[in-house]
Each structure stands twice: as structure tokens, then as C-alpha cells.
Ligand binder design. Sequence first.
Ligand SMILES: NC(=O)c1ccc[n+]([C@@H]2O[C@H](COP(=O)([O-])OP(=O)(O)OC[C@H]3O[C@@H](n4cnc5c(N)ncnc54)[C@H](OP(=O)(O)O)[C@@H]3O)[C@@H](O)[C@H]2O)c1
Length: 199
Amino acid sequence: MRILLIGASGTIGKRLINEFSRRHKIITAGRTSGDVQVDITSEESIKQMFENLEAVDSCICVAASGAMDNFQTLTQSTLLENMQGKFFGQTSLVLIGQHYLNPHGNFVLTTGIFADQPAKGVTGGGVISGALHSFVLSAAIELKNGLRINAVSPGMTQDSFERYGELFPNLKPVPMKDLVAAYVEYTEKPVTGQIARIY
Ligand SMILES: NC(=O)c1ccc[n+]([C@@H]2O[C@H](COP(=O)([O-])OP(=O)(O)OC[C@H]3O[C@@H](n4cnc5c(N)ncnc54)[C@H](OP(=O)(O)O)[C@@H]3O)[C@@H](O)[C@H]2O)c1
């Protein structure tokens, strides 16, 4: 399988490369890192990437996080700005990528625990992940040519514990192997419209 891995240089991406490169050809992508450069906040950049790429069977996105926010000063424009990367970036990848992926290919998006479990300072992050879950359900019945789509929703990963542990003391770290297994299942098994909640 030819797998496009967007966000390959990140915390989760690095683990996915290790696993998938044993069995598949991986094309890594990021704004400044990887084999190909793409900024998923830009539809033009996404289109250019797919135009220049030999067709892929799978597109996995582990790029762009929601920003922290303050509910008392949150506005429509801050929320919208927050949605540009992780929400609109991933929906654009699918809306544009559906015309480029090989038949029977698949998308795996990344969401997060705050869709289901609120925490202070991540209203935008929760909304983004919840909206992506709804997007996956719709896309799964709309996509043509046998294309599949699923999302992995991680809790705080073991590898990010040092970075986020103090901010979210109520979250227990999730083993990286459980997270990687969810991406593998959605890429290699014929499932669609699923959300793997790895909490
Ligand atoms: N780590 C966790 O514990 C955790 C928990 C729950 C959910 N998640 C979600 O999992 C995803 C990945 O998290 P992570 O911690 O692995 O991220 P990370 O370590 O910050 O890495 C992000 C990766 O995405 C790329 N990237 C960032 N913005 C991009 C853009 N606009 N266009 C293209 N590439 C972009 C970065 O490369 P460049 O700098 O080269 O662009 C980098 O490779 C995020 O959606 C995050 O919210 C993570």
C-alpha cells in the first residue's frame, strides 16, 4: 500500500512511521518536514500536493492540534480561527483527496478525547473533534469508489505526558501501542465510519 502520512514528524506520526514502514511505502508530509510539503489550512496547498503525488491508497492525518482557549473571552472569530487547522484542514483533505485516492483507498483522521470528555481551556478542541466525528459518519456513506474513512480519537498519549501532563492532571496516559493499533486496523481492515476512542 502507498500511504500518505501527514504530520509524520510529530509525536504520533513518528510512531506510525515505525509501524507502517514495515509493510507499506510511506510518503511523509508536513509544512516544513517530510517528503512532500503541505499546509492543510490551505485548500490550494492540499490540491497541489495531490496533483504532484503519484496516487496513494491511504491518507492518514496526524497534523495540526486545536489551540487552548479561555471560555470567558472566547469569540466566534477565535473559534473559527482554531478550526482552520485541525477541523477544516482534515475535512479539506477528504473533500479534495476523494478525487485523487486510488479506488478502495481510505482516510484516517485524528480527533481527540475532548469531543467526549470536557476539560477547562479546550472548548474549541472539543468542538473540533466532535464535529469531525459527525463529518466521518456522513463521509462514510457519501464517499464513492469504495473509499473508506475512520477517525482515531486519542486520549493523552504516553509520549506527550511530559508536554501535557501538568495541564490535564485528570487524564491518564494512553499506551502508544494501543493508539498505533487503531491506525493500523483502520488502514488495513475493511471498516468505515468508525471512531476509535483510545482513552
Ligand atoms: N499527542 C497527544 O497526546 C494527542 C492527544 C489527543 C489528540 N492528539 C491529536 O493528534 C494529532 C497529532 O498530535 P501530535 O501530538 O502528534 O502533534 P505534533 O507532535 O505537534 O506534530 C504535528 C505534526 O503535524 C505537522 N503539521 C502541523 N500543522 C500542520 C499543517 N497546518 N499542515 C501540515 N502539517 C502540519 C507538523 O509538521 P510541520 O511542523 O513540518 O508542519 C508535525 O509533523 C493532533 O490533531 C492532536 O490534536 C494528540
